[in-house]
Ligand binder design. Structure first.
Ligand code: ZN
Length: 133
């Protein structure tokens, strides 16, 4: 029987991810509603282009370091802990000032019709750590 979940290993942020620069997880995990990339940009580096998307909004989650972000000509500082959502049609660019690790999640703009507790259904099953409760 095919499993209803998938896992993968991306390694450490400052080791494996820093070596590869970018790890896309959508294909390996079989994601059906989003694409997620883990990124590591060395200090002073940036993608040499501005881009927008046809359908997908993006959420950038800065895990470590700091840098600059540009959306539609507005530039601002970004750092560990910042979360930035960018509309599909907006033009964006990112630059690392320090070594910077971040996650980028792409999902089709306007596709989410419910979330979290509106979508969750509590079931009767118990995990092994719940058996005494
Ligand atoms: Zn993008």
């Amino acid at each position: 029987m095919e499993k209803n979940y998938s896992t993968m290993e991306i390694g450490t942020l400052k080791g494996d991810l820093a070596d590869k620069g970018r790890i896309m997880v959508g294909q390996e995990l079989g994601l059906t509603g989003s694409e997620i990339s883990f990124n590591y940009a060395p200090a002073g580096t940036f993608a040499p282009f501005v881009h927008s998307h046809k359908l997908n909004e993006e959420v950038y989650i800065i895990l470590s370091g700091k840098g600059m972000f540009m959306v539609d000509g507005e530039e601002f500082l970004i750092q560990e802990g910042n979360v930035i959502r960018v509309a599909p049609e907006s033009e964006r660019a990112i630059k690392a000032e320090d070594n910077m690790a971040y996650i980028c999640i792409q999902a089709q703009g306007g596709s989410l019709t419910q979330a979290t507790m509106d979508d969750a259904e509590i079931t009767e099953s118990k995990a092994s750590w719940m058996k005494d409760q």
